[in-house]
Design a protein around this ligand. Structure first.
Ligand code: TIH
Ligand code: FE2
Length: 366
């Protein structure tokens, strides 16, 4: 990346003496991306598309110049980029509405008042395949004009909305950070967000973060206090941690924040699983598959890419997220360019946060 980074302090043998704890501190790490937007790997769908690559390079250059306190970069998205956003938005909105009765269902329930309304709302929510808190957060952001299917939101508006709710900030980044730098950012209540959009050839799944993943996956969840707290807990545990602890925390993050599921309400005839992982909530293809729905059609009417999920086991494993299971989670590597083979299922967002907090205490006591 063409990033003028400040020289990092020399690392001591086991524990780092310095780590960022404030948003301004992140100026020293945010420009150190592992895969800048102009350096796509050869299996990336945009690898052979020169126009796509130069567009990303322009967007990531602005992110690399950003320093804390600057106005967040504004990207003038092209009509084709907006079309990708709108198409993925529509697929995700359909999945978000599954079993939820839509916002009309909520309004009808509210009109009844009292216990009847509560019962109707509960019945309407039973079939949902996304965490109900997530669906409510997106609906709130839409109602306030912060998120919309019609245009790719700018970081500035999203950042102000998020800061009002949980005190979190969004910071532009040109690509993947090291796990240590990224997790340290969470400890400072800062979420690093890319601004470029996935290649239009495979809209239902992308192997790397993009603006859809950040703004429709992570940001609504970070507006929910219990869930923002889970992110901060992992971030604080990463401060000055040994490299092997960083690796374990990154895996815990992956199997919870990125790909976590919640138990649904199968006993009452509802959905068996509900997604809260941002990597599921931004991928129509993987979201449908993770919760056991048929894959949604793409704009062209074809199934989205199945990734390289093993043909012998098209149905993923789903295992309970308990503190005992975390030992397995933090020892598990995972695919980054295909659908996951295993998802861990928690008892509500609070249940996930409790398990994460218990493990974070273990790491901090090491
Ligand atoms: N696969 C996700 C998507 O298609 O939106 C993006 C990512 C999640 C985690 C890493 S990359
Ligand atoms: Fe992510």
């Amino acid at each position: 990346a063409p990033a003028p980074a400040a020289a990092p302090p020399p690392p001591p043998p086991r524990r780092r003496r310095w780590y960022p704890t404030t948003p301004a501190d992140l100026d020293t790490v945010a420009a150190r991306t592992l895969q800048a937007g102009d350096d796509l790997s050869s299996d990336h769908p945009g690898f052979a598309d020169a126009a796509y690559r130069s567009r990303r390079a322009a967007i990531t250059a602005a992110a690399a110049r950003y320093r804390w306190g600057d106005p967040l970069p504004v990207v003038a998205y092209a009509p084709a980029e907006t079309a990708t956003w709108t198409a993925v938005w529509a697929q995700l909105a359909a999945l978000r509405a599954v079993g939820g009765g839509g916002s009309g269902g909520g309004a009808a329930a509210a009109a009844m008042g009292g216990a009847a309304a509560a019962a109707a709302a509960a019945a309407a929510a039973r079939g949902r395949v996304v965490a109900p808190e997530y669906a409510a957060a997106v609906e709130g952001a839409v109602a306030e004009g912060v998120l919309s299917g019609d245009a790719i939101p700018q970081l500035g508006g999203v950042d102000a909305w998020l800061h009002d709710r949980t005190g979190w900030r969004v910071r532009p980044v040109g690509g993947l950070l090291s796990p240590r730098d990224f997790l340290n950012g969470l400890g400072a209540k800062v979420f690093h967000a890319t601004q470029y959009i996935r290649h239009p050839s495979v809209p239902g799944y992308t192997p790397e973060p993009d603006v859809i993943h950040e703004l429709l996956g992570h940001v609504p969840l970070l507006s929910i206090p219990a869930f923002a707290g889970l992110n901060e807990t992992i971030g604080i545990a990463s401060r000055g941690a040994r490299d092997d602890a960083i690796e374990r925390l990154a895996r815990l993050y992956w199997f919870t924040v990125e790909f976590g599921l919640l138990w649904g309400d199968a006993a009452a005839g509802g959905a068996p699983y509900r997604a809260y992982g941002a990597g599921l909530l931004s991928s129509p293809g993987e979201l449908a598959r993770a919760v056991g729905l048929p894959a949604p059609p793409t704009a062209e009417g074809e199934d989205v890419r199945e990734g390289a999920s093993p043909p012998a086991n098209p149905e993923p494993d789903r295992r309970p997220l308990t503190l005992e299971a975390v030992a397995e989670v933090v020892a598990s590597s995972y695919p980054v360019t295909s659908f996951q083979r295993v998802y861990y299922v928690a008892q509500g967002l609070e249940g996930a946060a409790d398990v994460v907090a218990a493990y974070a205490r273990q790491v901090q006591a090491e």
